[in-house]
Every structure is written in C-alpha cells, then in structure tokens.
Ligand binder design. Structure first.
Ligand SMILES: Cc1cc2nc3c(=O)[nH]c(=O)nc-3n(C[C@H](O)[C@H](O)[C@H](O)COP(=O)(O)OP(=O)(O)OC[C@H]3O[C@@H](n4cnc5c(N)ncnc54)[C@H](O)[C@@H]3O)c2cc1C
Length: 375
C-alpha cells in the first residue's frame, strides 16, 4: 500500500506546520530538520548494525519521501538529496568509507546532499604535487546550502594520470569555507529549499574523500532510475493539493455541486494512479528481473506520468477553489508555487524521448516488460 507513513505522523504534522513559516527567500527549514533529527529520520535508511542502505524496501523509502513531500516540498527536496547520497555511498563506497559516513549520520546526525548541477564555469578538481586535489569553481541549485554538512559534489578531474567526473564528499568543518551565494535563489517557489550557488574554490581534498571511480556517478541504471525519488516527493505535493482542496471545499459547503464532485473524483484517481506507478516502479527495480534499459524506461515513464498528474491536479484544484482559495496565507498558494517549481527537473524532453527509443528498439511490444534477467 503506497500511502502515508504512519510511524512518522507526529513529526510530519509539525513539518507541515512549519512549512508556511519557512517560506521566505534565503531561508533553510531549521525547525523542520531539528524535528527530523529528533525523530531519527536522517538515519532511518541505514540498516542498524550493518554498513548498508535499506534498498530492500523501496516502497517504504518512496512512501517516506512522499509523506515528507506532502508535509513540505522544500524539506522533501533536501531530504531526497540526503537519501540519494546515502544510496550512492552504499553502491560505490569502500567498507571504510561506508563506516565513516554512515557513522556520521547515525552518531552525529550529519546532513548529506548531492550537488551535480552547474553553470558554464563548472567545478574542477586539480591534482597537486602532494597527491591531494584542489577544487576550483562552483555548483548551482545546491539545495540546503551551508546547512549541508556533507555535500557530495561532482567535479571534473584535472590530473596527468586520471580523467573523468568524480564524486567527492566534502567534510565541511575540516576544509576552507564554501562560499554561498544566496542571490542565485530567488525562485517562484521552493524558497525554503535554500538551493543556492556554492563556490568551492580553494578547498583541498585528499583522495579518501572521493567516492567511487571517475564517471561512476552516471552509471546506469542507478543514475536515471534515481528520478523515482523526486517523483515520490512531487506526488506528495500533489496529494497535499488534493487534501487542501478537499478541506477548503468542505469548509465552505461546496461539496454537493456536480462539477466539484467530478473534479475531486479526478484528482483522487490521479493520485491513486501515481501511487500505483510508484509501487510498480519499486517492485520492478527491486525484483532484479529487469535489465537496465527496462528500468530506465519504466522510471522515465513514471516520471512523465507523475509530472502530468501533478500539473493536472493543480489545474483541477485551481478551478475548484477559485481565486480566493489561492490567496495567501492559504496553504494552497504556497504548495502550488512549490510544486510548479519542483516539477522542473533535468532533461524532461530527453527522458520522454528515451522511452520512445526504448519502445521502437523492441521487436514487439509484448516484450516490453518481459523479465530479461534470470535470477
Ligand atoms: C527546487 C530545486 C532544487 C534543486 N536542487 C538541486 C540539488 O540539490 N542538486 C542538484 O544537482 N541540482 C538541483 N536542482 C537542479 C535540477 O536537478 C535541474 O538540473 C534543474 O532544475 C533543471 O533546470 P531547468 O529546468 O532550467 O533545466 P533545463 O535542462 O534547462 O531544461 C529546461 C527545458 O529545456 C529543455 N532542454 C534541456 N537541454 C536542452 C538542449 N540542449 N536543447 C534544447 N532544449 C533543452 C528541457 O527538456 C526542458 O524542457 C534543483 C532544482 C530545483 C528546481
């Protein structure tokens, strides 16, 4: 069942309460992450006593992301980055690195994030004579900003012996300060995601801060299928739109009208359609029976569907609540801005086109979702 996460109801309610207060330019959701730390949410995906990420229960992970996204999309965004980093450590970390970084979450409640997006200037890691690397350049859309204690950044290696796109995890308190440019982040919505530009120039890293080999970050199917995490958060936002619409129409006694019933019906089956997509994607990824191309295509289909579901739910809600339902301080006004902004994720066109490619490459459509991997 892909519904809200009951274990965390109290903390989710408090995150929802703080979401309206946190919605200001340049802000980070401090109170929300205090609550998350107290509830043990930062280490929830690390298997107790084991050096591994809970990837055997993807539905649980997606449900948690969806529940947090429903309470606050900016908090969901930052938490999704944390979960992404923990998963990358699980896949590419050495045993010693897993111990170090997972201990930093379980014992010290460190918050991780993944910062890959960059402008023209980009980020480079230059090898020095002493074998260490010095960073030069910046990243954009760095959710969490200076509240992320362990940013995982990707940098282009500049070295006589090694090339490629290298993941590095920066121990922020042990290196020179990362310069934060808040002026980059003046968005329509998702203000509290604190997605600033961060300049890493001058930071020196030893190789034990490198995660995986060069270019591992883009290895498939992990890279493309990771989109399913942000879909979970987005779907939580769409469910919040349904919930707010439901409450508002009830509070003003507009539930007997046939058009209102038709719109709330459509929103409800759209959300349930999203739930089914997420559940099926989780099952397919976890089963291990599908090859990389199938997983990527399936997640890209889910991604396109969830985007359409979110957009359609917002349009139906607007018509249902009218202008007065979209006034501040109604929650809908903020959730609408946040979801509109958060739906803009990388390469949506390429993601759709890749599904078309996948389908045309198959000799027959009945083979599309036939298991390819014999377990
Ligand atoms: C709230 C928020 C938080 C974020 N946090 C992070 C973070 O913590 N870490 C991180 O790494 N990133 C983060 N990002 C960035 C995110 O992952 C995407 O990179 C970014 O949102 C994409 O921006 P865009 O819509 O301007 O993209 P674009 O890629 O410019 O896409 C805009 C449109 O142009 C199309 N397009 C793309 N390329 C081309 C081309 N070559 N020719 C023609 N058309 C093209 C696309 O399909 C789309 O239709 C965040 C983004 C948001 C909104």
């Amino acid at each position: 069942m892909f519904s809200n996460h009951p274990d965390f109801d109290p903390v989710l309610r408090r995150i929802k309460h703080f979401a309206a207060l946190s919605d200001t330019d340049g802000n980070f959701p401090i109170e929300e992450f205090r609550e998350m730390r107290q509830a043990g949410l930062l280490s929830q995906q690390i298997k107790p006593g084991k050096l591994s990420f809970k990837s055997d229960s993807l539905v649980d992970n997606f449900t948690l992301l969806k529940s947090i996204g429903k309470a606050s999309l900016p908090v969901g965004r930052i938490f999704e980055g944390h979960m992404n980093a923990l998963q990358l450590i699980d896949i590419y970390g050495t045993t010693a690195q897993k111990k170090r970084w997972y201990d930093e979450v379980t014992d010290s409640q460190k918050l991780f994030g993944v910062w890959n997006t960059q402008d023209q200037d980009g980020l480079f890691a230059h090898e020095r004579a002493d074998g260490n690397f010095i960073l030069q350049g910046s990243k954009t859309f760095c959710s969490g900003g200076d509240q992320i204690q362990r940013p995982l950044v990707t940098a282009e290696l500049k070295s006589p012996s090694v090339r490629g796109w290298q993941m590095c995890i920066i121990p922020t308190e042990k290196v020179a300060a990362i310069r934060q440019d808040k002026s980059f982040w003046r968005p329509l919505g998702m203000r509290a995601s604190a997605s600033f530009r961060m300049d890493f120039t001058g930071i020196i890293l030893s190789k034990d801060n490198f995660l995986g080999a060069p270019n591992d970050y883009y290895k498939q199917p992990h890279f493309s299928s990771g989109a399913i995490r942000f879909c979970s958060v987005q779907l939580g936002g769409a469910e919040a739109v349904l919930e707010e619409t439901h409450q508002l129409l009830k509070s003003i006694n507009r539930t007997e009208d046939t058009f209102q019933k038709a719109r709330i019906a459509e929103m409800s089956f759209l959300i349930e359609t999203g739930n089914l997509w997420m559940k099926e994607a989780a099952d397919k990824i976890q089963s291990g029976k599908y090859d990389s191309d199938q997983i990527i295509a399936y997640v890209n289909m889910a991604r396109s569907m969830i985007e359409e579901i979110c957009i359609r739910c917002m349009a139906l809600s607007e018509r249902s609540v009218g202008a007065r339902g979209l006034l501040r301080p109604e929650n809908l006004e903020r959730i609408h801005r946040d979801l509109t902004t958060y739906l803009r994720q990388p390469a949506p066109d390429a993601s759709l086109v890749s599904v078309g490619d996948f389908v045309f490459k198959k000799p027959e459509i009945k083979k599309l979702w036939e298991p390819q991997v014999v377990k």
